[in-house]
Design a protein around this ligand. Structure first.
Ligand SMILES: Nc1ncnc2c1ncn2[C@@H]1O[C@H](COP(=O)(O)OP(=O)(O)OP(=O)(O)O)[C@@H](O)[C@H]1O
Length: 221
């Protein structure tokens, strides 16, 4: 199981953000892309999640290519790729008018990923695992920042991704919650999840310690 990014390049106008960059993620260690604002971390994560196009290069997850030598694959292959990847956004991006449970069910139900009963069971078990049982019927505004993030993680895990991506997971959280997030990420890793984190938070890097490898975003170009 691995994410392999090879010879990836991206420009915005004349501004080369990423140049012929190789990089990989496995379940053996959490991969952290560390770097200052503006260095291209978000752009890299967005390309891996098919939210931004690449100029050149390949992105492959567990043998399924999103893009190969700059050529995007068929819609069916891209769908298969996207089901294997979950993203937890920096601002969580929960649907504000839906309950916690509805937030988890929306995408897998509309993708006909499984029966409603099975998905309900899965959602409840993930919420349990995240320590937010009992909040199924509340709306996101009734949750703390840390709880919203746990809902976002549970939502990202509904379709059993093999890779879970985090965009600046600690930027909106206080120190105590940061330690809890680090613990949760370590738990997910222990369960065999591949994890990619982009951050500028060196405290988080320290908390993840020897379970993580750090990639510096200054090396993109
Ligand atoms: N859609 C876009 N069009 C033009 N330039 C862009 C676009 N998106 C990002 N950039 C530029 O690309 C560079 C890298 O941005 P990016 O957001 O990837 O950096 P970052 O390291 O994630 O920073 P931050 O932590 O502030 O999000 C910046 O100079 C930014 O202005």
């Amino acid at each position: 199981m691995s994410l392999k990014v090879s010879k990836l390049s991206k420009k915005f106008g004349k501004n080369q953000i990423i140049n012929q960059y190789d990089f990989s993620v496995t379940s053996d260690e959490i991969t952290i892309v560390l770097g200052e604002s503006g260095s291209g971390k978000t752009t890299l994560l967005r390309m891996i999640n098919n939210l931004e196009t690449v100029d050149e290069g390949s992105i492959e997850l567990d043998g399924t290519f999103l893009v190969k030598d700059g050529q995007y694959q068929s819609a069916a292959t891209i769908k298969e790729y996207q089901q294997k990847i979950g993203l937890v956004f920096q601002d969580y991006q929960l649907f504000p008018n839906l309950t916690v449970l509805e937030n988890l069910l929306l995408a897998p139900l509309s993708n006909k990923y499984d029966s409603r009963d099975n998905l309900l069971e899965k959602a409840k078990s993930l919420l349990n695992q995240m320590g937010i049982e009992g909040k199924e019927d509340v709306k996101p505004y009734q949750l703390s920042g840390g709880q919203k993030q746990r809902v976002a993680i549970a939502r990202a895990m509904m379709m059993n991704p093999s890779l879970l991506c985090f965009d600046e997971p600690t930027s909106a959280l206080d120190d105590k919650t940061v330690s809890k997030v680090a613990e949760l990420i370590l738990q997910l890793k222990a369960q065999g999840m591949m994890i990619l984190i982009i951050t500028h938070d060196r405290t988080l890097v320290e908390l993840l310690g020897n379970q993580a490898k750090v990639v510096e975003s200054v090396d993109f170009v």
